[in-house]
Ligand binder design. Sequence first.
Ligand SMILES: *Cc1c(COP(=O)(O)O)cnc(C)c1O
Length: 381
Amino acid sequence: MDEAIPFNRPYMTGRELSCIARAHANGHLSGDGQFTKYCNAWLEKNTGAHRALLTTSCTAALEMAALLLDLEPGDEVIMPSFTFVSTANAFVLRGAVPVFVDIRPDTLNIDEARIEAAITSRTRAICVVHYAGVACEMGEIMCVGRQYGLAVVEDAAQGIMSTYKGASLGAIGDLGALSFHETKNIIAGEGGALLCRDERHVERAEIIREKGTNRSRFFRGQVDKYTWVDQGSSYLPGEISAAFLSAQMDAATELTARRLSIWNRYHAWALRHEQDGLIRRPTVPAHCGHNAHMYYLLLPSARHRSLFIERMKAAGVHVVFHYVPLHSSPAGLQYGRTAGVLPLTDDLSARLVRMPLWLGVEEHLPRLLETADVALREVVG
Ligand SMILES: *Cc1c(COP(=O)(O)O)cnc(C)c1O
């Protein structure tokens, strides 16, 4: 049998090791050295965020956002249930309550039209998630946020190089969190960044990231000794990770273009099956520039999906489902609540299957798509 096609394989540009060698030669291995500064500057230039701070993960950046918002126990944060656990956990760690809202049928992003009805006197923030690197309706969401005095946090873990009406994801809300986990488009193994849209959060973000000290100000010569000034933790990555990431950032445009060409091949292939009524393809609104983070199919039912995953696996192609909605998970039931019912979240999450999308899968696509053709016809046709 042919070699199995994995669901994901991290891509390396080939220039990571020489960057790491330079970090090694610099002899500065803790955070905020030359490479971290380079990555922060790259992010500011490429997203338009006022300030970018590398973190150890997107999870860490979301935790920083929750600290910056000074949430108190019982405060509420509106978010989708169709997301990764970190979106909710970051706020739950502060004692806040995730309030889950249903998603849109087209992009699977939070339904902006349902946010207002979920607002109570305890609501402090809205945390949106740009699923598959396709933007939420940020215009409407920022309007609701401003109208009710709520902070808007973007979980842009999947959104590097994606845009909404030309603006970079993560730099539209008050705070944004990016991920450089090896399953994302631009990687550092583990890594992330916090984006601050304007000056308001910057000084405190630097303090929170540096264990609650004003060490960043000290290094800039703004204070003559550094001390404990606020709550905080250790959220900054070491220079070796930043060196690796800098090589990836330098190739970001090219990597995104290659991912888009794979995504477009999937999309062209899936058209016929969509016309035959076997599946539904992803929707990307015209005003959203996406980064081809993910290609998924929506099958007619959960049962069809299980059978499809099984058939593909038997033929050596690893396709996977995605989130178990948070509102029906044990911790989601314990720490969160829903705003009304979430029929679309329940339905769509049960039918979604993700196809392998990594740089290098191109050469396997003919066999992969042929296998999927057969499996779809057997399972759904
Ligand atoms: C990957 C992901 C995260 C977590 O990112 P880490 O960098 O691994 O902490 C959070 N939210 C979403 C939507 C993700 O896809």
